[in-house]
Ligand binder design. Structure first.
Ligand code: NAP
Length: 265
């Protein structure tokens, strides 16, 4: 299927690896020019090179790498200095650490809210009116299955991402955006095999006195698909949400979790 977005410009945050990289990969395969962002410059440049050399990437597709912390105003200014107008924004940053809420103070909460709620809102604010004026825009926020079914140890994530989700539910339905062909949707990963997942499982293995493989195996068995997701399939869903064909999908929370969420709806 031709997604009809060749030549558009996308900002993909948190894209040197994992789910963000998967999204960037799927978009460049469609001939979308991308600005990819992560804090560490070297892995980001390597990711950019991998994207440029990807099989089937249309000639002339541009990949710009901006090393910046998207959770800060300075980081976001650096991104817009590299490229101003985006047709697509994929909001993503590292997830907050697990823990016990009794150990978290105001600074811990502000860090989580900055990265997983306010940064996406600032990027939406900076881009959606221009998108509406040009008659096309797609925002995809990478959130988490934890928004639908909270994960006990990830209270910072449950809280910050739910705040973003509530805000987006209202904004996405504003006629100025929805009627202007600007969609805002959230993509909710369940368990995907990335460094983030492995990091969380290493912590769980240490706590339980088990091997990483044993913990990972146990987790796989709780998922109806009996496997973890991969960044490539996640990226493909993201690219579809960014397509011309997806213009009637507005303000939705799309769960990709191998059936792990047990509810009917
Ligand atoms: P990952 O493999 O750790 O990759 C995170 C990416 O984001 C890296 O490129 C990282 O590079 C970048 N990043 C982190 N903080 C950033 C910041 N402040 N500014 C710019 N870039 C930043 O993580 P992932 O598994 O792809 O997860 C992506 C998101 O989905 C996270 O929020 C995670 O919590 C959420 N999630 C993941 C899963 C899963 O199973 N994988 C499940 C539910 C939710 P630098 O460190 O160099 O900045």
């Amino acid at each position: 299927m031709d997604l009809g977005i060749t030549g558009k410009w996308a900002l993909v945050c948190g894209a040197s690896k994992g789910l963000g990289f998967g999204c960037a990969q799927a978009l460049v395969a469609e001939g979308v020019h991308v600005v990819i962002v992560a804090r560490s410059a070297d892995p980001l440049e390597q990711a950019a090179q991998q994207l440029r050399g990807g099989a089937g990437v249309p000639a002339g597709t541009q990949v710009l790498a901006v090393a910046a912390d998207i959770a800060t105003a300075e980081g976001r200014a650096k991104v817009f200095a590299a490229h101003r107008d985006f047709d697509i924004v994929v909001n993503n940053a590292g997830g907050p650490p697990p823990g016990d809420f009794r150990d978290w103070g105001r600074e811990d909460w502000l860090k989580a809210i900055d990265a997983n709620m306010l940064a996406p809102i600032e990027l939406i604010k900076a881009t959606v009116d221009g998108m509406a004026a040009r008659g096309f825009g797609r925002i995809v926020n990478i959130t988490s299955g934890a928004v639908k079914a909270p994960i006990g140890t990830l209270g910072l994530s449950n809280g910050a991402r739910s705040g973003l989700t509530g805000f987006v539910a209202g904004l996405a339905r504003s006629p100025k955006l929805a009627a202007g062909n600007v969609t805002i949707n959230n993509l909710l990963p369940g368990a995907f095999d990335t460094d983030r997942l492995r990091g969380n499982m290493e912590g769980a293995a240490k706590k339980a006195g088990q091997t990483l493989e044993a913990v990972m195996d146990g987790r796989r068995k709780t998922i109806p698909s009996q496997r973890f997701g991969n960044a490539e399939e996640f990226g493909a869903i993201c690219a579809f949400l960014c397509s011309q064909q997806a213009s009637y999908i507005v303000g939705q929370n799309i769960l990709a979790d191998g059936g792990a969420y047990p509810g009917t709806f």
